[in-house]
Design a binder for this molecule. Structure first.
Ligand code: ADP
Ligand code: MG
Length: 137
């Protein structure tokens, strides 16, 4: 789908959140500024978490937000080496939470049953967003 503002992208994330269950992994793809973090803010809001808690976790690597229907783990792989990503143990992270991972292309190995979200920057504030069903990578 196409969004025309940050708040429209947040709304797409919010809609997806309504269909998520514990253990779901959402992998986000897209360049810097594509709207990955905005989308995660929507996931938080849809889970009943205060969306203002969601910031870019570039320096903390994993942030956990609670207070909603399910906890949300927010991971940003942007600055990590493949070895460091390995050490995070993402496979074992969250069977009781939803896990949202920015820069999914930096995963060193595929994960089962993921939902992928591809965001691309069109002109101006326009973004194209493609959300997959759960599938094995
Ligand atoms: P990323 O995490 O992919 O680097 P962010 O979500 O942090 O991206 O930032 C997206 C930036 O683009 C924000 O400054 C936001 O206001 C702006 N923006 C403009 N239009 C949109 C849109 N349609 N969807 C999402 N963000 C948008
Ligand atoms: Mg981001």
């Amino acid at each position: 789908m196409i969004t025309h503002s940050e708040s429209e992208t947040v709304a797409v994330g919010r809609d997806l959140a309504a269909r998520l269950v514990a253990g779901d992994v959402v992998l986000l793809f897209g360049d810097l500024g594509a709207g990955k973090t905005a989308f995660v803010r929507g996931l938080a809001e849809g889970l009943g978490i205060d969306p203002d808690e969601v910031s870019s976790p570039t320096f903390t690597i994993i942030q956990e937000y609670s207070g909603g229907r399910l906890p949300l783990l927010h991971v940003d792989l942007y600055r990590l080496e493949p070895k460091e990503v390995d050490d995070l143990g993402l496979d074992e992270l969250g069977d009781k939470a939803v896990v949202a991972i920015e820069w999914g292309e930096r995963l060193p190995r595929p994960m089962p049953a993921v939902i992928t979200v591809h965001l691309s920057h069109l002109a101006g504030d326009k973004r194209e967003i493609a959300v997959s069903a759960r599938h094995d990578m």
